[in-house]
Design a binder for this molecule. Structure first.
Ligand code: SF4
Length: 643
């Protein structure tokens, strides 16, 4: 039972059916001209149906110079009204759900390549990440921007949004004015606390003048900015009090500015609910509702936050990407069917800031952002489907196919499901991966997948099954390159070590410093081994997502792990290696054990043997080419919806 989570609450005059909020998140789903796309509508429609009480649409720029990324939604002109109206009307069709839009200006946290002009800011101080020198806004321009926030809110009201949220967090323009570290002005908008608060205060007043008292105004603030000289929770409490006094109806408490650690979006190395304390602090100073956000990925945690009075609402960001129906599942008591966000950072934040990726998605739920494209529809033609391999790709393919009405059998040669991904959950901070594997298994069981464990599928077993479809998800195996001396029986493969199949001595050399090698070193460090990594690239963990890597490197430092980089191993010795670095041969010896983490290669022993004997054969994931689980799961979903 979740009595507080499921109870209604009012923000100003807006009545919400429950305490579940989807916070504004950049998606890149909009069109490049900053208008609404069908993809964005499909995405939000599913979340409106999923039972969330309040949806907050991502950053909408109040001025074209305020865009943080290309294609960011716009609200600076009436031309954006029809598209946004279509979106809001669609959302309002699905139960009693409310939608707000976030009013935004990036200030210095953008680039001239994005906005076609020099970024603007309260003061000429570059953003620590984008590093471009901004132009200081004139006092007149500041007043002009205040009007633009009000004009955008007026459009939002006309469109039919139920509320607006002013983005005063994450170091964007409003936050830049509020913070002493980014505001060095000497006009009426800078100097002491009250002068730095003048910009948000005048924005709120302007919005009120233009929209009247009816439309609730939320304000998003970073409780702690986590930067030298930047705002701390004490001043944020003062700011919240001021904001309430001028008519703000709720405070949404996030954290950070660009460049701070941890950022607003934290990896699994940071405890769940890491930012709740800030909401709790702000709540002490205001009587309006307070929204907590930050790695809240479990309804039990969410209920606890509300029950103990730390906040009045909870915003589930990434968790809503992973499970658009979470509130409905909570209401129905189907907790084990909730798709868990594992805080991997890969397809959400990772894709958002990767210019080669067109839009965000989710590793656990590859349907995110593809709601209109990938549909799980009941099949008219139920087939017998055999999935070979119970790694994440195989598990995803199995349950989706079964949900569609196919009869699915999954063969797994090990005692446990999960493949290499299960082993990947063993190093420190990676345990959330298990939640995803359990979720896939639960969903498979629900829809009738038959799991044949400890059964290696052969050509004969496949023939005896008379299957219509075989999905080969046999994964990858460790790569053992042809280097002199490598075939030493004393050497241990990283996955065998992590899986508890092999042991190592006290002094360990890990050969290969990619994700697997570095995480294996982390595991060994946690077990008090002396570890050295040798890697041919200039850095270790280069294939890790940046935020994940930050915490990993911190831990390796703590364990005293040594790294030799830019080093190509030429020969393996019994207790070390000969390697080339800077054109010279060097030798390192004296190790009790050598662990091999030199990558993986595809393992696909069955395709050739069954070709022509089964009507449909698909190969997915690492069985095609060794990659990350992210790609395997997406491929699996794409196959499972079309068979
Ligand atoms: Fe969570 Fe990873 Fe999905 Fe992002 S990609 S929402 S961090 S599971």
């Amino acid at each position: 039972k979740f009595p507080v989570l499921m109870s209604p609450i009012k923000i100003g005059s807006m009545e919400l059916k429950n305490r579940f909020v989807i916070p504004p998140m950049g998606t890149k789903f909009g069109n490049l001209d900053s208008t609404v796309s069908q993809q964005l509508i499909d995405y939000w429609k599913l979340r409106a149906q999923g039972g969330y009480g309040l949806l907050i649409l991502e950053v909408a720029a109040i001025d074209p110079l305020g865009k943080a990324i290309p294609g960011q939604l716009g609200l600076w002109d009436d031309k954006f009204i029809p598209g946004l109206k279509q979106l809001v009307d669609e959302v309002h069709k699905h139960g009693d759900v409310k939608m707000a839009v976030q009013l935004h200006h990036a200030g210095r946290q953008t680039m001239s390549a994005v906005i076609g002009a020099q970024p603007v800011a309260p003061s000429p101080i570059p953003c620590p990440v984008d590093k471009e020198m901004p132009r200081e806004l004139t006092t007149e321009e500041v007043y002009d921007l205040i009007e633009k926030f009000g004009d955008a809110a007026k459009r939002a009201k006309e469109i039919g949004f139920d509320a607006v949220e002013v983005h005063g967090a994450h170091g964007y323009l409003v936050a830049q004015f509020m913070s002493a570290y980014s505001n060095k002005r000497s006009d009426e908008f800078g100097g002491d606390f009250n002068s730095r608060m003048k910009f948000p205060v005048e924005i709120i007043k302007n919005i009120r003048r233009k929209v009247g008292n009816g439309l609730p105004i939320l304000f998003r603030i970073s409780g702690d900015e986590d930067m030298p000289e930047a705002r701390t929770i004490t001043e944020s409490r003062m700011a919240a009090r001021v904001l309430e006094s001028v008519g703000v109806n709720a405070i949404h408490v996030s954290r950070c500015v660009y460049g701070s650690v941890p950022g607003a979006i934290a990896p699994a190395a940071v405890p769940a609910g890491f930012n709740v304390y800030a909401a709790e602090e702000i709540k002490k100073s205001v009587s309006i509702p307070v929204i907590a956000v930050g790695r809240i990925n479990d309804p039990l945690l969410a209920e606890d936050i509300l029950e103990t009075g730390k906040a009045d609402l909870v915003a589930l960001g990434r968790e809503s990407l992973t499970d658009p129906e979470l509130p409905n599942k909570v209401a129905a008591g189907q907790l084990e069917e909730i798709a868990p966000c594992i805080s991997c950072m890969q397809a959400c934040v990772g894709y958002l800031f990767d210019p080669t990726k067109p839009y965000i998605s989710c590793l656990v739920n590859p349907f995110t952002g593809r709601e209109g494209e990938l549909k799980v529809e009941k099949t008219d033609n139920p087939k017998k489907v055999i999935v070979i391999g119970g790694g994440p790709g195989g598990l995803e393919a199995a349950w989706i196919a079964a949900k569609r009405g196919h009869k699915v059998t999954l063969y797994e040669k090990e005692k446990k499901l999960g493949g290499q991904y299960r082993i990947g959950a063993i190093p420190p901070t990676k345990q959330e991966i298990i939640k995803a594997l359990k979720y896939y298994e639960t969903m498979g069981k629900k829809y009738g997948v038959e799991y044949k464990m400890e059964t290696e599928a052969t050509e004969e077993t496949i023939a005896s099954e008379n299957a219509d479809v075989v999905i080969l998800a046999t994964g990858g195996v460790p790569l053992v390159p042809d280097i002199k001396g490598i075939e030493n029986p004393k050497f241990v493969k990283a996955i065998d070590l992590l899986d508890g199949k092999k042991e190592v001595g006290q002094n360990v050399l890990v050969v290969g410093g990619g994700m697997v090698g570095s995480e294996t070193a982390d595991y060994l460090g946690e077990h008090f081994h002396n570890v050295t990594i040798i890697e041919m690239l200039p850095e270790i963990a280069m294939d890790e997502q940046d935020d994940v890597k930050y915490y990993l490197l911190e831990r390796l430092k703590k364990w005293g792990v040594k790294a030799i980089t830019n080093a190509t191993v030429k020969e393996f010795l019994d207790d070390g290696v000969v390697y080339e670095k800077d054109g010279k041969d060097e030798k390192i010896t004296g190790f009790d054990s050598i662990v091999l983490a030199m990558g993986a290669k595809a393992y696909n022993p069955l395709e050739e043997k069954i070709k022509g004997k089964v009507p449909e054969i698909y190969v997915i994931g690492d069985a095609v080419k060794a990659r990350k689980a992210l790609e395997a799961i997406e491929e699996a979903a794409r196959i499972a919806v079309k068979i």
